[in-house]
Write a protein that binds this ligand. Structure first.
Ligand SMILES: Nc1ncnc2c1ncn2[C@@H]1O[C@H](COP(=O)(O)OP(=O)(O)O)[C@@H](O)[C@H]1O
Ligand SMILES: [Mg+2]
Length: 326
């Protein structure tokens, strides 16, 4: 556990089953009264890009991620599109952590979510509403995005005629790879594939409408789903929306006023970090393999500023102090 309250790089909690993703640490919690397993998800301040965890953390990023994600879970739950994995985000309400030092509580506060344990469906469910990123590159070369043909004449950043579902593999190592819908059908069966596509598109469009009221354009996003684990630890047939949702780590957020001018807007997302890293790559200073390069303070500040802007525009921040970690 980092001693500084404002930056949390890694955790080592006295809980079983610790596993670390690129950004978040997971632990097993005692089951609920029905015997269903639960997990603790801690969003650290680690930053990753191009699938590499960078050596420099972004202080407070984990709080911004958690605050934004929990806000969206609450907001979307009301629409009853799909059930989700969130139970609560209250670090004081975890019996297993009682008696830990106050510094640990302070570091975890605002960064955790207690969730139903799921077996994650091994497909990243991506929805796109605008032309950007890898979709733009493919459109320029082939006139399609992830194999889906699009009308000619679209400019970078333009809205697509309709939301498209562009799934990707959830690679356990290496990079995620875009795949076509038929491959999802082959891997998961037609029924689940259709359900994931319809649910992803419906969630995306609902989020887009809500965000538009706050002057934000959701250009694309990625959802993960999972099957809830039963008391025997085995997946049931209850599909839950899992992971984090609609954060700047998983989505492209654009200021509405910058959209529709024929170029990909500078967004409130990872792009400042990606651009800086790409320049390091282009000039031969980094080969896109771990370890990543040291990231200058101003680049990390720009990243945090972007993440904060989304939370502020949405009205998801209870107050600034909680999130800046002071
Ligand atoms: N409810 C859940 N139960 C089990 N695993 C989950 C749940 N929600 C999310 N996960 C997984 O936890 C991990 C979150 O950590 P993250 O840093 O995003 O990892 P990654 O490097 O795989 O993206 C992801 O692998 C995600 O699939
Ligand atoms: Mg992840």
């Amino acid at each position: 556990m980092s001693t500084a309250v404002s930056t949390l790089v890694t955790t080592d909690l006295p809980l079983p089953g610790r596993r670390a993703g690129k950004v978040r640490d997971l632990y097993d919690l005692a089951p609920d009264l029905d015997g269903r397993p639960r997990v603790l998800i801690v969003a650290t301040d680690r930053a990753s890009a191009f699938d590499v965890v960078l050596p420099d953390a972004a202080p407070g990023k984990g709080r911004l991620l958690t605050t934004t994600s929990l806000w969206w879970f609450r907001r979307l739950r009301r629409l009853e599109i799909v059930e989700d994995h969130v139970l609560h985000g209250d670090v004081e309400a975890i019996p297993e952590l009682e008696g830990l030092e106050v510094e640990v509580f302070d570091a975890l506060r605002g960064r955790i979510s207690v969730c139903r344990a799921v077996e994650i469906v091994p497909i990243e469910c991506v929805a796109r509403g605008h032309l950007a990123g890898s979709g733009l590159a493919e459109y320029r070369e082939q006139g399609s995005v992830c194999g889906l043909p699009l009308p000619p004449g679209l400019r970078p950043g333009d809205p697509l005629p309709e939301t498209i579902f562009t799934p990707a593999t959830k690679a356990t190592e290496g990079h995620d790879e875009n795949i076509d819908f038929d491959r999802v059908v082959r891997e998961l069966g037609g029924e689940l594939a259709e359900r994931l596509r319809a649910t992803t598109v419906e969630l995306f469009e609902a989020a887009r409408r809500i965000a538009a009221e706050q002057g934000l354009v959701l250009a694309d996003t990625k959802f993960e789903f999972g099957f809830e684990l039963g008391p025997d630890g085995r997946p049931t047939d209850r599909l839950l929306l899992a992971d984090e949702i609609l954060t700047s780590d998983s989505s492209r957020w654009w200021p509405a006023e910058a959209v529709g001018h024929g170029s990909v807007p500078r967004g409130f997302d990872k792009q400042p970090l990606r651009d800086w890293l790409q320049a390091e790559f282009d000039t031969g200073r980094w080969n896109k393999q771990p370890p990543g390069p040291r990231v200058p303070g101003e680049v990390r500040e720009a990243l945090l500023g972007s993440y904060r802007e989304v939370a502020v525009r949405l009205g998801a921040l209870p107050d600034r102090d909680v999130v800046s970690g002071t």
